[in-house]
Design a protein around this ligand. Structure first.
Ligand code: SF4
Length: 268
């Protein structure tokens, strides 16, 4: 992997930042970033807890405007009480609201879950459909949710364009598009189809742990060498290291070649 110190010599000089990057250069860079992120986050996965397509569909619908951690706190009780589409279809709205209250927008989310159950029962025999065009007909289900379900519950390639993905794709200058569907298509053209689902997870992991919205940890970012926005956040390694979050923190810092005082001793 290229070192971060090299990138500090070319702030604002990256061909993508200067507008001189070729299409082939962009494709190669996107795939290199994917490979580096694969090494950085070998355990990248959907952070919502689920054991079947219906549970993932419900959890993803609940995750709008809240965190996966908060959704994971309410879903055990929800899944236990409503194990099937039929159970949601005949659920009492106030009882659903009570369980999912802490996820925010609980009235509309509860109404969507009941509508979801009814639609699954009336149109799909109580089963979650696989086709994208069917999934997006369900209440509260957009392309993002549909791709999450297809990619993670059915093993079909899908790019999940959430807020992290949009921010990172912009910083990495993969596309100038701002519409999520156009971003999805533009990013999809850069990567092998079989990589789409895992690339989404890796980018979202990176957005949550390193490339934060307000202060990205550029100084210890493993993909800094390939990022035309290097310098959007602190480039001083000590300052940047303090911004890195998550259980993978030590691994991320090692990937970036940053030796935190005490890190070596602590891991021995
Ligand atoms: S943390 Fe900085 S260098 Fe890394 S991807 Fe984000 S903007 Fe680029």
């Amino acid at each position: 992997m290229a070192s971060i110190s090299k990138s500090s010599h070319r702030r604002g000089k990256h061909p993508a930042a200067k507008g001189t990057e070729t299409r082939l250069g962009l494709v190669r860079r996107a795939r290199r970033i994917n490979r580096t992120l694969a090494k950085t986050y070998p355990d990248a996965h959907a952070e919502l807890d689920f054991s079947n397509p219906l549970e993932l569909l419900v959890a993803t619908a609940l995750s709008a405007q809240t965190t996966d951690v908060r959704v994971n706190q309410v879903t055990p009780a929800l899944f236990a009480k409503y194990p099937t589409a039929e159970a949601y279809a005949v659920a009492n709205q106030a009882e659903v609201e009570e369980i999912i209250r802490s996820t925010g927008f609980f009235r509309s989310k509860a109404a969507n879950l009941i509508g979801l159950g009814q639609k699954l029962v009336s149109d799909y025999g109580g089963e979650v459909p696989v086709a994208l065009e069917d999934l997006v007909t369900l209440p509260g289900v957009g392309r993002k949710t549909a791709h999450v379900v297809r990619g993670n519950a059915f093993g079909l390639p899908g790019l999940t364009v959430d807020t992290h993905f949009q921010r990172l794709v912009k910083r990495l200058m993969f596309t100038q598009e701002t519409d999520p569907v156009k971003i999805e298509h533009a990013a999809g053209e850069l990567l092998e189809k079989r990589e789409w689902t895992m690339f989404s997870h890796r980018i979202i992991f990176h957005g949550r742990r390193v490339c934060h919205a307000r202060k990205p940890a550029c100084g210890v970012c493993p993909i800094a060498f390939d990022c035309p926005s290097f310098g959007a956040g602190p480039i001083n390694p000590e300052e940047a290291a303090a911004l890195v979050k998550g259980a993978e923190r030590e691994h991320i810092l090692r990937m970036a070649g940053f030796e935190e005082p005490g890190l070596e001793e602590a891991s021995e």
